[in-house]
Design a protein around this ligand. Structure first.
Ligand SMILES: [Zn+2]
Length: 80
């Protein structure tokens, strides 16, 4: 499945794994099956809901944020 993730913008320490405590509530997506799950502050990251394996979770909001940033930057270049 194609994912819009440039190699130059590495996902840093925000990536978390099954069993870790949730530090920031929000919407996360599993690395293996791209299943979206919402975790709260008192949760710990679960297994992937689809394949039930240990997985890594990426925060969706963070991805959306830089996409928005890239889009507005591009738009700025176009207009300038
Ligand atoms: Zn999975």
């Amino acid at each position: 499945m194609a994912r819009y993730v440039p190699t130059s913008v590495a996902i840093r320490e925000v990536e978390v794994k099954t069993g870790q405590d949730v530090r920031e509530l929000g919407l996360y997506v599993s690395d293996c099956c791209l299943q979206e799950m919402r975790f709260g502050k008192d949760d710990s990251f679960s297994r992937c809901p689809r394949c039930l394996r240990l997985c890594e979770w990426e925060p969706v909001e963070a991805v959306a944020a830089w996409q928005e940033m890239a889009a507005s930057k591009h738009d700025g270049y176009e207009r300038a």
